[in-house]
Design a protein around this ligand. Structure first.
Ligand SMILES: [Zn+2]
Length: 347
């Protein structure tokens, strides 16, 4: 009878128990409480369709909507030494890293990519708040330096999406050292006459606000994002005063001259294209859902094939196929390449 209990029954059970409904088909908006279908939400870039609340979005999702045809190439980031302080609180730092890597599917808290956005070549870096609060450790520092070096090498603008709880305490002083390191990296981009644009997303706080996230030539924010060095609760407890409504939120900071723009996530791509092209002195932007740029035959001499894995994003059924020909009115990417980067030097 053993084979019945050991073999047949588990098989039958496994056949019938597989029909579970995935738990996260419906997502509740934390702001207005309405239930949103996951596909509807991701099509709307994780912005609530009812109240326009901007929910968190992963770097990969953001890049798949930012770059033409959702195609981009990851820029490899040198790995820093692991757990230099042998840090331990309730858990060991390497264990925390493993959990974060498992839950997010990412290596670290920042993703760097190069590609085209409205037929405008750019380098972009995006911080991942879901990975240990997007905390700025040595890897994030390395990522920003890699992004800046790549931008200078390719003579492309650098766009950075910030989201962080601040420095990574498990790396102690080494994480604080990333503030001057990233500042120097940003200076390198500026000295090359290339635009550096920062998009601040909710929340951008701590040492990140005190370094690369505030150094953009243009400072854009998503609506209602919390942007601060010390949070409102800490300030309230320190000065023992009630803070005004909307304190340290994007709109408040725009009113007080800390930001240039507050832009809805759905308009962000078009706005970035316009700003970048204006700063580079390029022609008017190409609008619409563009297919992925055609593969260029020239390989980069210094690029090792495995160092820059092609990151093709999950193409939606309605998304244009990468091999689709660009629209006839769309200028070829090669045509734009002829614009010498010296023209990029703006006032
Ligand atoms: Zn909502």
């Amino acid at each position: 009878m053993n084979w019945i209990s050991n073999y047949v029954r588990p098989r039958i059970n496994s056949l019938f128990s597989r029909r579970e409904v995935p738990e996260n088909l419906w997502i509740k908006c934390p702001e207005c409480g309405s239930m949103l279908f996951h596909r509807e939400l991701s099509d709307n870039l994780n912005v609530c369709t009812n109240c326009d609340h901007h929910m968190a979005i992963t770097p990969r999702e953001r890049f798949s909507k930012l770059f033409d045809g959702g195609t981009f190439t990851e820029v490899s980031v040198p790995a820093p030494i692991e757990d230099p302080l042998k840090f331990k609180d309730q858990k060991k730092y390497p264990d925390r890293m493993k959990i974060a890597q498992k839950t997010t599917g990412e290596k670290e808290a920042m993703l760097v990519a190069e590609g085209e956005m409205g037929r405008t070549p750019i380098v972009a870096a995006c911080q991942d708040f879901s990975f240990m609060g997007g905390s700025m450790g040595m890897y994030v520092g390395n990522a920003i330096i890699a992004a800046a070096e790549r931008a200078v090498e390719l003579k492309r603008p650098l766009i950075l999406f910030s989201a962080a709880g601040g420095a990574r305490m498990q790396e102690g002083i080494l994480s604080l050292m990333q503030m001057p390191r990233t500042t120097v990296a940003v200076d390198m981009v500026k000295e090359a006459g290339l635009p550096y644009i920062v998009v601040l997303t909710h929340p951008t706080t701590g040492g990140v606000t005190a370094s690369y996230a505030m150094l953009g030539d243009v400072q854009i924010s998503e609506p209602n994002a919390l942007i601060c060095f010390a949070g409102p609760r800490v300030i309230e407890q320190t000065i023992r005063e009630k803070l005004p409504e909307g304190f340290q939120r994007a709109e408040y900071l725009l009113d007080h001259g800390m930001l240039d723009r507050v832009t809805h996530r759905n308009d962000m791509r078009d706005e970035l294209i316009t700003i970048v092209r204006m700063m580079l002195g390029l022609g008017p932007a190409v609008r619409g859902d563009l297919p992925a740029p055609e593969k260029k035959p020239a390989p980069k001499p210094d690029a090792t094939p495995d160092a820059k894995p092609e990151a093709k994003q999950d193409a939606k059924a309605d998304a244009p196929k990468p091999e689709a020909k660009p629209k006839p009115d769309a200028p070829k990417p090669d045509a734009q390449k002829k614009t010498p980067p010296q023209e990029a030097k703006k006032a």
